[in-house]
Write a protein that binds this ligand. Structure first.
Ligand code: KDG
Length: 327
């Protein structure tokens, strides 16, 4: 297999005031590249995995920035579609000096929102072991939603494993459609990766010990619940694991922490798991949660989405307690 993980979704150029401050009073901005699926692809690449990211980008400079940046990070972007008829989505991110940043999206009608089943090519999944999808793509448009479901079915038909992070974005769709669509996707995945808010949104508030099993009953082999400062919990049939949060100084920006967790978790899961070895997820659960927590925590030490993701070598140094300056 040439590719460990294929992922499909919207990546945007994100603008943030520089110097930092309220957007309404800022004269300058810096830009970065952000998208849940490409964040996971970058995280996996840094963990030594091969990731392919597919989307539609406008035939505009913002599309150029994204294509160049992701290719520069080692992500396979060869199958990205450039759309001359629609712009690349952008958003503005405002750091308010307290709490988490505010997001203002300009993505309606974007090139990625025009993703549709007609875009699908068998080569998207060729040579790949695993598909990762999020709940953001189906929120972009009806056609993008159909594409995600088609992709999940195609991947299953090929015997690929699938992970799904609901990544609830309330600004993008109404609650009823969001809940119904996300619940339709869960039975199609092997690894379900919700956060606490998303779990409550989908099945109502439950004690922790009931939360994982309620999702396992829908079909996935593995459920990993992200609990921020409380670490994470994981379930496979008949087995539960808990991993404490990886200790870091207070976060400066939690954006992308869930994507970093997914990359860390999947990088371990992928090392051993395939459908022909159904007993392996049990052994993988603890180390996968721990790696997920580590990446999730480290990325919160930096502003923006993925820039603070460590490489495998850095992880090993952190684990070994190496503190001396590297020069
Ligand atoms: O997970 C972080 C990303 O989701 C965010 O930076 C951009 O894809 C994005 C979104 O839709 O919010």
């Amino acid at each position: 297999m040439d590719i460990d993980v294929v992922t499909v979704g919207e990546t945007m150029v994100s603008f943030q005031p520089s110097p930092e401050g309220p957007l309404a009073y800022s004269a300058g901005v810096t830009w970065s590249v952000a998208g849940a699926e490409s964040n996971v692809a970058i995280g996996l690449t840094r963990m030594g995995k091969r990731a392919r990211w597919i989307s539609r980008l406008g035939a505009d400079p913002f599309g150029d920035i994204i294509a160049r940046m992701l290719a520069g990070e080692g992500v396979d972007t060869a199958l990205v579609i450039r759309d001359p008829a629609a712009p690349t989505g952008v958003f503005f991110r405002e750091y308010r000096g307290y709490g988490e940043p505010h997001f203002y999206y300009y993505r309606r009608g974007s090139a990625a929102s025009r993703l549709a089943p007609a875009d699908f090519r068998d080569e998207w999944l060729e040579g790949a072991r695993h598909l990762h999808v999020t709940g953001i793509t189906p929120a972009l448009s009806a056609s993008a939603s159909e594409l995600v479901l088609l992709l999940m079915h195609k991947a299953r038909d090929r015997g690929m494993t699938i992970s799904f992070d609901p990544n609830l974005r309330r600004k993008l769709w109404d609650e009823q459609t969001a809940r119904a669509t996300l619940l339709e996707m869960i039975p199609l995945c092997d690894v379900f990766l919700p956060g606490m808010e998303e779990a409550d949104f989908l099945v109502g508030e439950k004690p922790l010990e009931e939360c994982g099993p309620s999702f396992l009953r829908m079909g996935p082999q593995v459920v990993a619940l992200k609990m921020g400062a409380e670490g994470s919990a994981g379930w496979v049939q008949g087995h539960t694991a808990r991993a404490a949060a990886f200790a870091v100084p207070p976060p400066v920006d939690c954006t992308g922490a869930g994507d970093a967790f997914a990359a860390g978790f999947l990088s371990v899961f992928l090392d051993q798991c395939d459908r022909s070895r159904p007993d392996t997820p049990r052994d993988l659960l603890q180390p996968a949660l721990e790696r997920g927590n580590m990446l999730g925590a480290l990325v919160t030490r930096h502003r923006r989405d993925w820039e603070g993701l460590p490489t495998l070598q850095e992880l090993e140094q952190i684990r070994a307690g190496v503190r001396r300056a590297q020069r």
